[in-house]
Every structure is written in structure tokens, then in C-alpha cells.
Design a protein around this ligand. Structure first.
Ligand SMILES: C[S@@+](CC[C@H](N)C(=O)[O-])C[C@H]1O[C@@H](n2cnc3c(N)ncnc32)[C@H](O)[C@@H]1O
Length: 379
């Protein structure tokens, strides 16, 4: 059983690798699945990282998913209680993430193979696993568990986190699966505060299966023994208890044709607008063209401007001092009913050129509220 409260005691330290991992993902996914999403707190941050994506988090722990479900956002973020080894997606996925979870999967090779098969043609996977199993925090658990006294109580079959080896093994496996892959390792030097800090850390993860196998009385006996060994291995210093933690990071992309092509899809186009023109931009792009407004990331809000999204693309309007409208560069949008939208534009006082044909395609040119050229093409 996972205990969300215990796990979140070191939320900041446990979150950093997730952000370091996702920073390395260079694509604009429309669908994301987070395998072993835990409390969902990190999964939820993907909504602002990729505003056009629908995100699903799955986890096999009832307690974790109950907590994650409180973060659901209809149409954008959902969570499911399911084991990742038996789960199958309905559609190909643009980005599969997994942070600090795959080490609990005994047959990781098979799962990684399945994950590669779930990717869309330009899909990506990114995962992070701990690689700290030869550090005292973990070795000391083993040494206590293996002592004759505890072996007779616990046996040899406790579930144990396990990884394939070093980053090199993951690199080789994903390359074999046909993915363009990058892998790296990082040792974090966490500075933990409070008494028995490393014990509190492992209680939230590695130590779980051991404690679950013991009665409350035996749990405290085990913890006393382990804590004594830990305090020698991790003496507190003037800045706190320094806890080195090595982790492996892997990203792989499913690039079908040219394995060197770094571009997966068009994400957005940006055009300029004058300062203070946000209401006019909204009037044109949402009121007339029917796009939806996308909230700008917090750190960009102060610059003004606004973003809009359609099916698989975004249009960003950025404020420009000394604005002049774009007459040649333009945004070309496919529309389902060209005549209707032309009539609406004219009704609202927009200048629209006569319909033209290029081969079988019919299109026309107009301008947005600021005079930027817009092409509308009948789909
Ligand atoms: C260390 S937590 C990481 C949670 C989250 N990814 C994070 O970074 O905060 C590992 C999670 O993996 C989940 N997990 C382990 N085995 C799983 C499986 N077979 N299927 C789905 N989830 C699993 C656990 O329930 C737990 O929530």
C-alpha cells in the first residue's frame, strides 16, 4: 500500500527529477499518458507545459489514485486505477511519461517494448528511474532483511525495486526498439531536514514492502535496527542531512522516416499585434473564427498578447512596439464552410477578397482586427 502523505514528505526533492526529465522532451503532444502517476500532483503540471494536450495518469494504487482524482480537469486531465502492465491504450500516444515508477515493474523489458508500440508515428517516451540501490540507504535495508532473525520472518520473496542496469542498458534497449534515444544519469545531493530524514525518505518508497510484511510491533523493531545503521551512514551536518541520490533519465522518439529530423509537427504560429489590442484579438479569433482562447503561461502573461488554439495548432498574438500589420506573411486556416465565414466577416465589416481557386481548392484572403493577412481555405 502506498501512503501519499509519507511519499509527499519530500515533495520538492522528488519533483525535481520530473521537471528535469520533461525539460528534455521536445515535442508538442496532443495526448500524454503518465504511467505510475502517484498522487497526480506532477501529472497536473503537464497541463501548463503542454496546453494543447489531453493527459491521462494511471496508477495501480487505490490510495494514490483517490488523491489524484481530486485534481481532474474535465476534458483535459483524468486518472485511472489500473496496473500499467495490463493496461492498453485505445489510440496511439504522443508522449508516454513515467517518473520513478518503472523500477517496480519486474519485467521492464516487456513493458518498454509495449510502450514503444503504443507511440504515435512521431511519439516520444520519457522516463526516470532511481539508481541508488548500491547506496547505504538501500544496502542497509538489504543487510537487515538478510540477517537470520529477519529472514526467518520476512522470507526471500519481498517485492524489491529493480532496474536494468546503468543508463547504457536503457539506451541500448530503446535503440533496439527503433527509437532515437538519449540517456543520462544525475546524482542529486538532497539536503534533508528533520530527525531520521533518510529513514523518513525510504519509508515512503523502498521500505514499504518490508513494513507491509510486518506486524506493528515488529515494524518498530525493524525500524530501530535500520535507523541505527542509517544514522552512522548519514550523519547530520550543519546544513542538514546530505543524501546523495543517483537517477537515470531516458528519452526516446519514434521518428519514422528521417531519424535526424528534429521537427515532429507544427506547434504554433505567432503574429504581431499592437499593445492593448487583446479584446479586438479575442473578438476576431474566438468570436468570428471560433478558435478557443488558451491561457498564456504565467511567466509570459505580463507581456500582453493572447493565444488561441484550434484542432492541433495554435495561433499566438504577441505585442510589438511600433506594430505594422503583416501583409505577405500570413496565417492560413482550413475552414469547413468558407461561404458562411466570408458572409460573417463581411457582416462584421471585415474586408474579404473574392473567393479564388487553386486547383480544386477554394480560398479567400482577409485580415484580422489589426490588418494581418489571413487566408481561409475550404477544407
Ligand atoms: C515512487 S511513486 C512515483 C509517483 C509519481 N510518478 C511521482 O513522481 O510522484 C511510484 C508509483 O508507481 C506506482 N506503480 C507501481 N507499480 C505499478 C504498476 N504495476 N502499475 C501502475 N502503477 C504502479 C505506485 O503505485 C506509485 O504510485
Amino acid at each position: 500500500m502506498w501512503n501519499p502523505e509519507q511519499y509527499l514528505k519530500f515533495q520538492e526533492e522528488r519533483s525535481q527529477p520530473f521537471f528535469d526529465l520533461t525539460a528534455r522532451v521536445r515535442c508538442s503532444p496532443r495526448s500524454i499518458v503518465d504511467l505510475g502517476c502517484g498522487t497526480g500532483a506532477l501529472t497536473a503540471t503537464l497541463l501548463s507545459r503542454w496546453p494543447a494536450a489531453k493527459v491521462l495518469g494511471i496508477d495501480s494504487s487505490f490510495e494514490m489514485i483517490e488523491r489524484a482524482k481530486t485534481l481532474e480537469v474535465p476534458g483535459r486531465l483524468t486518472f485511472e486505477l489500473v496496473d500499467m502492465t495490463s493496461w492498453e491504450p485505445r489510440d496511439p500516444i504522443d508522449l508516454i511519461l513515467s517518473n520513478a515508477a518503472l523500477q517496480w515493474i519486474p519485467d521492464q523489458e516487456s513493458l518498454l517494448e509495449k510502450m514503444a508500440s503504443w507511440l504515435s508515428p512521431s511519439g516520444n517516451m520519457a522516463f526516470q528511474v532511481p539508481a541508488n540501490f548500491d547506496e547505504p540507504s538501500h544496502m542497509l535495508i538489504d543487510s537487515v532483511v538478510q540477517s537470520p532473525k529477519w529472514l526467518s520472518v520476512l522470507g526471500r520473496d519481498l517485492p524489491k525495486p529493480k532496474i536494468l542496469g546503468s543508463a547504457k542498458e536503457y539506451l541500448a534497449l530503446l535503440a533496439e526498439l527503433g527509437l532515437l534515444t538519449a540517456a543520462w544519469e544525475t546524482t542529486y545531493l538532497h539536503v534533508l531536514h528533520g530527525g531520521d530524514a533518510v529513514l523518513e525518505w525510504t519509508k515512503g518508497t523502498t521500505l514499504r514492502p518490508v513494513l507491509e510484511a510486518l506486524s506493528p510491533g515488529l515494524q518498530s523493531e525493524f525500524l530501530d535496527e535500520y535507523a541505527k545503521l542509517l544514522s552512522d551512514a548519514y550523519p547530520p551536518s550543519s546544513i542538514g542531512t546530505v543524501f546523495p541520490f543517483r537517477r537515470i533519465f531516458v528519452v526516446g522518439s519514434n521518428v519514422d522516416e528521417n531519424p535526424l529530423a528534429p521537427v515532429a509537427a507544427l506547434d504554433h504560429v505567432q503574429v504581431a499585434m499592437p499593445k492593448g489590442g487583446e479584446s479586438e484579438a479575442r473578438y476576431f479569433f474566438t468570436g468570428i473564427l471560433g478558435l478557443r482562447e488558451i491561457e498564456k503561461p504565467d511567466d509570459l502573461k505580463s507581456r500582453g498578447g493572447c493565444w488561441f488554439g484550434g484542432d492541433g495548432f495554435q495561433v499566438h498574438l504577441g505585442v510589438e512596439e511600433n506594430f505594422t500589420p503583416a501583409k505577405t506573411s500570413h496565417i492560413a486556416l482550413r475552414v469547413t464552410d468558407l461561404e458562411n465565414i466570408v458572409a460573417l466577416l463581411r457582416d462584421k465589416g471585415h474586408h474579404v477578397q473574392d473567393l479564388q481557386s487553386r486547383g480544386l481548392e477554394r480560398f479567400c484572403c482577409t485580415t484580422d482586427s489589426f490588418g494581418n493577412r489571413i487566408e481561409l481555405i475550404q477544407t
